[in-house]
Design a protein around this ligand. Structure first.
Ligand SMILES: N[C@@H](CCC(=O)N[C@@H](CS)C(=O)NCC(=O)O)C(=O)O
Length: 204
């Protein structure tokens, strides 16, 4: 094995952000698309927790958290464009934590209500997802196009795949939200070349 090997799942937002960081940093890697229902034994042997993404270095070292893979990717080029550094401000770290913590919690229960024994309604989780992340994000994205400022940073690609997932549950409902800056930011990322490249179907 000469290139780092990324165990990935195309539609997983954690894996999307890892792939986008590797592509943005122009770090060559080999991708292994996995089935979450039938995970490769080689991946489970290296990372028994069984989530993707997992990055295996030629040295055998393993990174099994998407944010660690992103940091590693940007470090390989000395973070030349400051994508990682700009994501490490107190504000951007707080956005990332709000995304991965409370927003993801409500997103999962809004998207997959049947998977959770939950006393709260789907509507509650929709409203809370807006309250903990999307509503508050409107203000910074109203004054600057990206969380990185004029240019994007790792927080932009770290967060938008989850907002994409939220929007896709009920696109009409998302479209009706009074959050023009968040919607424009998401639309920009969905149309970006980086996202298109990260979502390219693996060759069969
Ligand atoms: N904290 C992990 C979370 C990764 C994660 O939860 N990935 C999901 C897919 S989106 C997964 O692999 N779930 C395991 C499964 O569904 O069996 C990270 O940031 O990489």
């Amino acid at each position: 094995m000469t290139l780092p090997l990324l165990y990935t799942y195309r539609r997983c937002p954690f894996a999307m952000r890892a792939r986008m960081a590797l592509l943005q940093a122009v770090v060559a890697f080999q991708a292994h698309e996995v089935s979450l229902r039938d995970k490769p034994p080689a991946m489970l042997a290296l990372s028994p927790k069984g989530t993707v993404p997992v990055l295996v270095m030629p040295s055998g070292a393993v990174l099994e958290q998407s944010l660690d893979i992103m940091r590693w990717a940007f470090e390989q080029t000395g973070d030349a464009d400051h994508w990682w550094a700009s994501a490490q401000t107190a504000k951007n770290m707080a956005w990332q934590q709000a995304c991965d913590g409370p927003f993801k919690h409500h997103l999962d229960r809004y998207k997959y209500p049947q998977r959770f024994a939950d006393a709260m309604t789907r509507e509650h989780h929709f409203q809370q997802a807006v309250a903990v992340l999307l509503g508050p994000l409107e203000q910074p994205l109203h004054t600057q196009p990206q969380l990185g400022g004029v240019s994007p940073c790792a927080a932009d690609i770290g967060i938008f795949p989850f907002v994409r997932q939220f929007a896709a549950v009920d696109p009409e409902r998302f479209k009706a939200l009074p959050l023009p800056a968040v919607k424009a930011w998401l639309a920009g990322w969905l149309e970006s070349g980086l996202f298109a490249e990260a979502m390219r179907k693996p060759a069969l």
